[in-house]
Design a protein around this ligand. Structure first.
Ligand SMILES: CC(C)(COP(=O)(O)OP(=O)(O)OC[C@H]1O[C@@H](n2cnc3c(N)ncnc32)[C@H](O)[C@@H]1OP(=O)(O)O)[C@@H](O)C(=O)NCCC(=O)NCCS
Length: 276
């Protein structure tokens, strides 16, 4: 067998180029990934006053572990390894108590503080620099298909136990109070509280709210007051009429007036008795 040295040399060069390119790409992606992880660690240090050093966050913060596992499960999910991705996410849930679906799209600098009980659905999207506390759900209402989970903008804070349900959008810099249940869109730079959540601050300014849960008008009492006022007015009018001197009567009207007077006299007597 005769070797074609030229072809062999060309193939070796091609292989070398491919390997160099692969190594370069791997190096670049590795560096980018490390940069992202570095950013996450800094986010924990900035937003959790209890975090003392990087090692503590890397070794002991379940929110950081869950987010890092999600990077792996999300990459697998995107490449179509659905079951393996789910296995990674369920493993992370077992270890951290935080369930992030591999399909969820998450920006940089997510801080999940304390973590336990956090659930993030498949079609949820989270912008950069968001903070979630324990017990937060970014879930569906059960009524939507396709995109059925919320979208959080950048720098959104969702307080402990809050639920954001359905394909709603929470604008940049919004704060969702602990325990709130968000079912509708929340504008940027606002604070939403309660169940269902209502916006109480926009840009730090108090919002006049139509949904005052304390000073609710009572329709029955309003109706009674209106009736009482009407009755009072009628009574006054009647008294005025009774005090008026009787009008001179025409010969035709006299029998009619006599009839009316005959009917009114006993009623007047009863009313007078009651008033006494
Ligand atoms: C909502 C929150 C972010 C404060 O936001 P803010 O924009 O500074 O708003 P304010 O503190 O001025 O409160 C605005 C109004 O909402 C009310 N409010 C605040 N938090 C609330 C809550 N969780 N539930 C119901 N109402 C709440 C306030 O009493 C205030 O009412 P008012 O307008 O009648 O005075 C904060 O109260 C909160 O809930 N943070 C969550 C933190 C958390 O989960 N920590 C867990 C650590 S383990």
């Amino acid at each position: 067998m005769k070797f074609d040295l030229d072809r062999l040399e060309a193939s070796a060069l091609l292989l070398g180029d491919a390997l160099r390119k692969t190594a370069k790409d791997a190096y670049r992606s590795g560096r980018a990934l490390l940069g992202e992880i570095r950013y996450d660690i800094d986010a924990f240090r900035q937003r959790d006053p209890a975090a003392t050093d990087d090692a503590e966050i890397v070794l002991l913060y379940s929110g950081f572990h869950a987010r890092t596992a999600h990077r792996l499960s999300h990459a697998l999910h995107k490449r179509g390894h659905i079951r393996t991705a789910r296995a990674v996410s369920q493993g992370a849930r077992f270890l951290t108590g935080i369930e992030i679906h591999p399909g969820a799209t998450i920006g940089r600098g997510l801080v999940i503080d304390h973590g336990s009980g956090v659930v993030i659905g498949e079609t949820a999207e989270i912008g950069d620099d968001c903070t979630l506390y324990q017990g937060v759900t970014l879930g569906g209402t059960g009524k939507d298909s396709g995109k059925r989970h919320p979208t959080l903008g950048n720098n959104v804070m969702v307080g402990a136990g809050a639920k954001v349900l359905g394909p709603v959008t929470v604008g940049d810099n919004a704060k969702i109070a602990s325990g709130a249940v968000v079912l509708h869109e929340i504008p940027a730079d606002s604070t939403a509280v309660g169940i269902p959540a209502r916006v109480v601050r926009v840009g730090g300014q108090r919002v006049a709210n139509d949904l005052d849960q304390i000073h609710i008008p009572d329709p029955i009492s309003n109706e009674l007051s209106a009736l009482r006022a009407e009755l009072g007015a009628l009574k006054t009018r009647l008294e005025t009429l009774e005090q008026m001197p009787a009008a001179p009567q025409t010969p035709e009207a006299a029998p009619k007036a006599e009839k009316v007077e005959k009917k009114a006299a006993p009623r007047r007597a009863v009313r007078k008795k009651k008033e006494e």
